[in-house]
Write a protein that binds this ligand. Structure first.
Ligand code: ADP
Length: 610
């Protein structure tokens, strides 16, 4: 009876293990497949073992065939469990990660198992079996049972041979349950040979199967390993993408620098009205292209978690004025009534990322202007103040084409353009709102959309900014208007390997009447300084062959008496670049295409007589 209880306990145990194992996510490889089969086989074995007690007990009242079926079925289970383990040992021993002919090894393993099964099954099924149902206990015996002992010994010897033939200490963990089985199993077999009624072998097999759970296959550890590899690969791919985009931005910005620079200059020349219109169109198209390049960069920065929110004090009034001016310029002659409603109680000086806030609002205003043919656009801004926090509530409403209800959810997905396929005249990339949403999230704000298709849309944003108390004004970073100063007594050096870029810079600086010298490489620049030439300012391109602008700058700085301000020029406008260059020691940074106003600020900062 005790044996019966052990077997029942073993069955419950292995069923629990099976539930845990099969309910977990697993990697599908030969180990997991064999282990799954071992568990199932073990459950079948436990059930057959229990049935053996029943059929022997009621031998007189059941058909003989049932007796043979159950008892021989149990013997077949015993050898199958052993053969499965032998195949497992074969694969562990002969497969390693660098294995070129994995498939061949797996095929041989299968063949080994198949041959083992055919031979042992034939022997067990053909040989006779007897039973004992006496006071000493219930058990089976006879040639069929003896053959199981012999087959088991053959299996054990094969396993030991394979383990030692291909011993690999890295795999020792995987062999532990098998070693244990060889020891405990052999002892059990010996005991059973003497006391056949002590049928403990099934329980031992269940115990070994349980141990294997921790050594053959640990789904969690393996899964984490695989996830880590996948993550590493994804990170690599993402970095490669960011690098590619950064290079691409550089490549596109360099020719754009020339296009914008020359067009701006041409506009100031005395040219016929029709030509002027063309030039203005060129400038507008170039600026659109620049917006697209910037949008792609922004998205890749956001995805690589490289976009930072840079908070500082700013004047909200001048930001609003600028936004209104830009929108009016964008609307041009369109029959649209642009209404503005700004709450006068909004504090003047706030603390936050004004550049990104401006980008968010400008995106909404630009969209309203793009997707509205006629009617109105209403731009409102109000505030709710609590302690030193000002919650800005900004909304942009239009009477434009509107958005279908089913498309509202897709609105913030990147590259998603809704229902504008037919309106190919409306330019766009589908990036604007994706960036807007990400920026609002980064600033811990909220954005909501209300829209009626065909009637118009309303985008509302709420986000908190800190109030800077006691300040009525902040210094504007970029002057709103050009202030050309006379620099005829000043001398500057422009270093750039690209001839067209040199020309653009010279044209942009023409009105300041500066004495300009140029240099086409870092070496040439170093030579000029070594020969004793002095300048009031150096504009240095960074991406130059052989010696970069940064390298040239550090070489110049090796001479402690060198104190000419150096401004770096770069087409690499990825976030953090300005900070990077300033930390290298450069006095300022100008992104290409060079913005006239930003250049003006640099000139005033470094060349104005104080
Ligand atoms: P883009 O304007 O470059 O296509 P956005 O991300 O800014 O990309 O906008 C995504 C889509 O949302 C647009 O293509 C347009 O279909 C729709 N959309 C955005 N704003 C409006 C608006 N004010 N009115 C109607 N549709 C809009």
């Amino acid at each position: 009876m005790a044996i019966f209880s052990y077997t029942l306990l073993g069955l419950m145990f292995i069923v629990m293990l099976a539930i845990i194992y099969f309910s977990k996510q697993r990697i599908n490889n030969y180990e997991t497949r064999i282990y799954g089969t071992i568990i199932i086989t073990n459950i079948i074995g436990q059930i057959l073992h229990l049935l053996c007690f029943v059929v022997i007990k009621y031998i007189d009242s059941i058909p003989k065939l049932l007796f043979y079926g159950v008892t021989k079925g149990y013997l077949l289970y015993l050898v199958s469990w052993g053969i499965l383990n032998m195949v497992y040992i074969f694969l562990v021993s002969f497969l390693d990660d660098s294995n070129q002919n994995r498939e061949e090894v797996v095929k041989n393993g299968r063949l080994l198992g198949l041959i083992g099964i055919i031979i042992s099954f034939s022997i067990i099924l053909l040989l006779p079996i007897s039973y004992s149902n006496s006071i000493e206990g219930m058990y089976t015996y006879g040639p069929s049972v003896d053959s199981v002992y012999i087959i088991s010994i053959v299996i054990v010897i094969s396993c030991i041979t394979m383990i030692f033939a291909k011993f690999n200490k890295d795999k020792i963990k995987k062999y532990i349950p098998i070693f244990l089985f060889i020891i405990i199993g052999s002892l059990t077999m010996l005991v059973q040979r003497i006391h056949p009624e002590l049928l403990l072998i099934t329980f031992v097999e269940t115990f070994v199967t349980f141990l294997m759970y921790f050594t053959i296959e640990n789904p969690d550890v393996r899964l984490i390993e695989q996830l880590e590899i996948a993550k590493e690969q994804a990170d690599k791919a993402n970095n490669a993408k960011t690098d590619f985009l950064s290079n691409m931005s550089h490549e596109i910005r360099t020719p754009l620098n020339a296009i914008v620079g020359f067009s701006e200059n041409l506009k100031d020349e005395n040219i016929p009205e029709s030509a002027r219109e063309n030039v203005e169109d060129i400038i507008m198209a170039s600026n659109n292209l620049l917006d697209i390049v910037n949008g792609i960069l922004d998205i890749s920065k956001i995805e690589a978690n490289k976009l930072e929110i840079i908070n500082k004090e700013y004047d909200i009034k001048s930001m609003i004025d600028e936004l209104i001016a830009l929108t009016k310029a964008r609307l041009g002659e369109k029959p649209i009534d642009f209404k503005v409603n700004i709450d006068p109680s909004i504090p003047k000086v706030l603390y936050g990322d004004n550049i990104r806030l401006k980008q968010i609002i400008l995106n909404l205003l630009t969209n309203a202007a793009k997707y509205t043919k006629e009617g109105y656009i209403l731009f409102t801004m109000s505030s709710v103040i609590k302690d030193d926090i000002c919650r800005l509530i900004i909304s942009v409403e239009d009477s434009g084409i509107g958005i279908k209800q089913e498309n509202i959810n897709k609105l913030f997905s990147k590259f998603e353009r809704l229902g504008v396929e037919k309106e190919i005249t409306i330019e766009g990339t589908g990036l604007g709102l994706a960036i807007t949403k990400k920026l609002v999230d980064l600033m811990n704000g909220k954005i909501v959309v209300q829209s009626v298709y065909g009637r118009g849309s309303k985008f509302t944003i709420a986000l908190d900014q800190k109030i800077v108390l006691g300040k009525e004004d902040v210094k504007e970073e970029t002057p709103q208007e050009l202030r050309i100063i006379d620099c005829s007594s000043k001398k500057i050096l422009i270093v750039d390997d690209n001839n067209v870029n040199l020309k653009v810079a010279m044209r942009l600086l023409r009105d300041y009447k500066i004495n300009i010298e140029t240099s086409d490489s870092g070496f040439d620049c170093l030579n000029k300084i070594k020969q004793g030439n002095t300048y009031d300012l150096i504009l240095m391109d960074d991406m130059m062959p052989k010696m970069s602008g940064t390298e040239t700058f550090h070489k110049l700085k090796e001479d402690s008496s060198f104190n000419t301000p150096v401004v770096i020029l770069t087409a690499n406008a990825i976030t953090g670049m300005k900070e990077k260059y300033l930390s290298e020691g450069f006095n300022d940074y100008l992104a290409k295409p060079i913005d006239k106003l930003a250049l003006n600020e640099v000139i005033i900062k470094f060349l104005e007589q104080k």
